[in-house]
Design a binder for this molecule. Structure first.
Ligand code: NAD
Length: 469
């Protein structure tokens, strides 16, 4: 497969030539001609996307099973259903979202009409990662199409099977004069980013986020950066260990821990740690059996590089649960590490794997200090039977999103924005937030030409009588 190729027949790249130029020119021409602006065109694209999801459900499940060994149930709830819900919501609300939004007026503009027009930016680029390769490519696409943009998708080259389906099958369901999938890794994406886009929506690591933002800065292109980081999970002494264990086990080991909003580490007292360990062990056994390796519900690590990285982290602290690994399958058992020090490698980087370190704190204040000393996370979780404890964490910290006695299920709510803050990103999407993200909010004031007499009050000369008004 030729890297960097836009999936456009007849535009295979020649060495040294710009492989993207023809595709981008075609999309720009379509946008300039106003092709993507009519509501009916946008709706047709969304319906096409919906058909793609329905007709190729099995193909997508198979691709995700090949890439991540993802169970079909996990694929359905975290990828396909979420995309379909976004398509349905956008189709239902498109006419309302597209409407000009009237705003308040002052005395001087009373006779005119003041409103916000949501207009498409133009050519949008969406770059996505490998861990939820359908969701994180198509959910932003819904927003970009609904808002009337032409779109270039650059899926991750690491989730190869899904990349192939997106490149070869998806375009058949969309108008190819306005939409393209391009392929490539860091080098090709670097070349792609030399081009001017009108909006860049990136999901991935903070490291690459910086590269994207510098490339965007050259053209003053606005960006949304959906990044990652280490998500703390505070567990209070006043908690129900079984509930916490079920919830934490599910959302730490879902997709084999390769989830940007998963809890990355637990903060709790040494006593609570001791109470939680047996319940975590029983939840893991209940979910994945005595031998998690043979469980159809547990996936595998995406590639050798990440497997080696994760295996290196197993040496931190002390293994309390799990710890087994098998390189030939890229298998890592659901693992809990205890007695972990803040300075150890597992506490320096986002884990993105089935490893859960425990860091001990002696009080709520110490936990809050710990959280606030570090970069602002994408998600923050607090478990307590005491509402005040949950509220204290909420009030005294900052994060992209917050879950109180709740796991990562909140991204399924299209009414809540998904996005980071600080090192975990900027901007937000999902539901109407996606439409707004991909729309320029144009300030419009239309005055009546017949009322020019009234305007004289603002023109020079600024006589005393005008000042007294
Ligand atoms: P990544 O940053 O390595 O890659 C993301 C995308 O950027 C891929 O399409 C890749 O091809 C491209 N890319 C990689 N290097 C590049 C370079 N030098 N120049 C230009 N483009 C480049 O991320 P990943 O490993 O695919 O995904 C894991 C990261 O994504 C984690 O940090 C995770 O937290 C984050 N993530 C965030 C969210 C969110 O919603 N905020 C969701 C999922 C994953």
């Amino acid at each position: 497969e030729s890297k960097g190729a836009a999936k456009d027949p007849g535009s295979e790249p020649t060495l040294g030539m710009d492989p993207f130029a023809d595709t981008l020119r075609r999309l720009r021409e379509a946008f300039s001609a106003g092709r993507t602006r009519p509501a009916e065109f946008r709706a047709a694209q969304l319906r096409g996307l919906g058909r793609f999801l329905q007709e190729h459900k099995q193909l997508l499940q198979e691709a995700l099973a090949q890439d991540l060994h993802k169970a079909a149930f996990e694929t359905d709830i975290s990828e396909l259903i979420m995309c379909q819900n976004e398509v349905d919501l956008a189709l239902k609300n498109l006419p309302t979202w597209m409407k000009d939004e009237p705003v308040a007026k002052n005395l001087l503009t009373q006779m005119g009409s003041a409103f916000i027009r949501k207009e498409p930016f133009g050519l949008a680029l969406i770059i996505s990662p490998w861990n939820y390769p359908v969701n994180l490519t198509l959910v932003p696409l819904v927003g970009a199409l609904a808002a009337g943009n032409c779109v270039v998708l650059k899926p991750s080259e690491i989730s190869k099977s899904t990349e192939k389906v997106l490149a070869e099958v998806l375009p058949q369901y969309l108008d190819q004069s306005c939409f393209a999938v391009v392929l490539g890794g860091p080098q090709e994406t670097g070349r792609l980013l030399e081009h001017k886009f009108d909006y860049i929506f990136f999901t991935g690591s903070p490291r690459v986020g910086r590269i994207i933002m510098s490339a965007a800065a050259k053209h003053l292109t606005p960006v949304t950066l959906e990044l990652g980081g280490k998500n703390p999970c505070y567990v209070d002494d006043d908690c129900d260990p079984q509930t916490v264990a079920n919830c934490v086990t599910w959302f730490r080991y879902f997709n084999t821990g390769q989830t940007c909003v998963a809890p990355d580490y637990v903060l709790c007292s040494p006593d609570t740690q001791e109470r939680l360990l047996p319940t975590l062990q029983s939840a893991i056994t209940h979910f994945y059996g005595e031998d998690p390796r043979s469980s159809p519900s547990l996936g595998r690590i995406i590639n050798q590089k990440h497997f080696q990285r994760l295996r290196g982290l197993l040496g931190c602290g002390r293994v309390a649960i799990g710890g087994q690994s098998d390189e030939s399958e890229r298998y890592i058992a659901p693992t809990v590490l205890v007695d972990v020090e803040e300075t150890e490698p597992v506490m320096q980087e986002e884990i993105s794997g089935p490893i859960l370190p425990f860091v001990n704190v002696r009080s709520l204040d110490e936990a809050i200090d710990f959280i606030n000393r570090r970069e602002k996370p994408l998600a923050l979780y607090a478990f307590s039977n005491n509402k005040q404890v949950v509220n204290q964490i909420l009030d005294r910290t900052s994060s992209g999103s917050f879950g109180g006695n709740e796991g990562f299920i909140y991204p399924t709510l299209t009414s809540l924005p998904l996005g980071g803050v600080g090192n975990s990103g900027m901007g937000r999407y999902h539901g109407k937030f996606s439409f707004d993200t991909f729309s320029h909010h144009r300030a419009c004031l239309l005055s009546h030409p017949g009322l020019e007499k009234l305007n004289e009050i603002r023109y020079p000369p600024y006589t005393n009588s005008k000042e007294q008004l």
